[in-house]
Ligand binder design. Sequence first.
Ligand SMILES: Cc1cc2nc3c(=O)[nH]c(=O)nc-3n(C[C@H](O)[C@H](O)[C@H](O)COP(=O)(O)O)c2cc1C
Length: 164
Amino acid sequence: MRNLVVYSSLTGNTKKVAEAIAGALPNSELHTSVSNPAVDEEDNVFVGFWCDKGQIDEPALSFIKNSGINKVALFGTLGGDPTSEQAENFKKRVIEAIPAHIEVLSIRLWQGKVDPKIIEMMSKMPGARPMTAERQARLDEAAKHPTIKDCEEAAQWAKEVCGI
Ligand SMILES: Cc1cc2nc3c(=O)[nH]c(=O)nc-3n(C[C@H](O)[C@H](O)[C@H](O)COP(=O)(O)O)c2cc1C
């Protein structure tokens, strides 16, 4: 049995959390979702995703749908506060997007910095949200994540999922 950690990451945040998880688990393997690793039935599969406009990112979802797995532990990163109501709603949307025959063993979120180039690009898009003090404060907080503490928490969470 392997502990397979498969992640999707555009700017490195989810990759960092995935590395912490793989580093904490015995007999682990780390793969990107686009490399589409083969999965054995007895493997423990962790899939890492990032929040793309309120949804699980497409490469992560596509791996989950096409890999043939029947259970998964999910971890994700987002720019918003992972303890917020918005984050709870995001988790619900992620679970809704997973095909019903796949059991979600656990789902956890951590905060991740938002690439300044993305913030700049989004500010120029039609209908862009204004930069309020509250939003700036959230982005400033996000810029510190994932922290070492986040990675330690992720490692602990993964061990608990595996029962070790
Ligand atoms: C196109 C795009 C859309 C995003 N949409 C959201 C969003 O709706 N809510 C949010 O909290 N963060 C959003 N983010 C921020 C990312 O989810 C966050 O930076 C995440 O940690 C990125 O993970 P990565 O570094 O592994 O790619 C978005 C980022 C990008 C690039």
